[in-house]
Design a protein around this ligand. Structure first.
Ligand SMILES: [Zn+2]
Length: 135
C-alpha cells in the first residue's frame, strides 16, 4: 500500500488531535445549546445532501435488529388496539413529564403474551427524550 502525502494542515491536525478533541469536549460542556443546534444543523445537512446514505444506514440497522423492530411495531400496534389495549402509564418513568415520550424496551419478548407480561413487570415503559439522552 502506498502512503498518502499529507499537507501541512493535515499534519498539524494529527499532531494536535487529542488537544483539539479535549478543547471541543470542554466547549460542548460549556455551550450545550449551541452544540445541540450545531448537531441539528449537521443532521439536516446530512439528511438533505446524503439522503441515499442515510437510507442505507437505516436499512442496515433494520436488517441487523429485525427482531427488535418487529417487536416494537407489534407493541405500538397493541397500544392502539380497540379491545384490550396495552396499559402503559403515559408519562416519563423518571421525571413524570408527558411530552416527547418514547417507548423504552429492557427486554424483547417473543409474542404478545410476553409483551403484556413485560409491561406488567415494568420492562417496557415510556421515557421522555431528555431522560433517554441521559441514560
Ligand atoms: Zn423524563
Amino acid at each position: 500500500m502506498e502512503t498518502k502525502e499529507l499537507n501541512a494542515a493535515q499534519k498539524y491536525y494529527l499532531k494536535n488531535k487529542e488537544k483539539k478533541k479535549a478543547y471541543n469536549r470542554e466547549w460542548v460542556k460549556a455551550n450545550p445549546e449551541r452544540a445541540a443546534a450545531s448537531r441539528k444543523k449537521a443532521m439536516k445537512k446530512f439528511l438533505t445532501n446524503k439522503r441515499e446514505r442515510f437510507n442505507e444506514l437505516i436499512l442496515r440497522n433494520y436488517y441487523k435488529n429485525k427482531r427488535q423492530w418487529m417487536i416494537r411495531r407489534r407493541t405500538n400496534y397493541m397500544l392502539k388496539q380497540a379491545n384490550k389495549p396495552l396499559l402503559i402509564k403515559y408519562q416519563c418513568l423518571h421525571c413524570e413529564s408527558k411530552e416527547n415520550l418514547q417507548l423504552k424496551f429492557n427486554t424483547y419478548p417473543e409474542n404478545s403474551l410476553g409483551i403484556r407480561e413485560a409491561v406488567i413487570k415494568g420492562d417496557i415503559f415510556y421515557v421522555c427524550k431528555e431522560c433517554k439522552g441521559k441514560k
